[in-house]
Design a protein around this ligand. Sequence first.
Ligand code: IMP
Length: 181
Amino acid sequence: MDKPKEIEEILITEKRIERRIIELGKTISKDYKSKNLLLVSILKGSIIFLSDLLRNLNLSCDIDFMSVSSYGKQAESSGIVRMIMDLKEDIYDKNVIIIEDIVDTGLTVSYLMKNLSLRKPGSLKICALLDKPSNRKIKINLDYVGFTVPNKFVVGYGLDYNGKFRNLPYVGVLKIYNVKN
Ligand code: IMP
């Protein structure tokens, strides 16, 4: 696919993502050896990451989905997290890993950790493809991280801007002020 004009630069290539996910898959498979695992994918941004990570896990695991919203149509966090869709299954006593596309302010993941820990899972960890630590508003401990990114708005590999660019196979920086809605 040609690079859209709205993409300033390719930050993380398809190949680098592929290699990193193989490594993450190995680490998680080792950490959860002979345990049951439930991956909780946060819609919609994490679906491509989830599907690639899932195929690199060498253990028995299930998936479930949750949808929350902290961003409207703007590229800045509103600071308010809303539950849009809850999990289908009970997570009591299960080993859960939250699968996120990117942790920016940390407000979404902090809300998810609080919300899910009330349901008494056996264990609860976070795996984020991207970590943007420079914009953090709340201290968060990320258990598994794919890449650390600078404080720029990134899209592709599941991440969007106004519902666009999710299908790019790489992570790219958006020329944000040039994009017309
Ligand atoms: P947080 O609550 O500020 O950590 O934001 C988490 C959510 O904001 C992510 O799951 C994304 O949906 C969205 N987000 C934050 N930064 C970016 C970005 O650079 N590109 C696309 N989405 C982002």
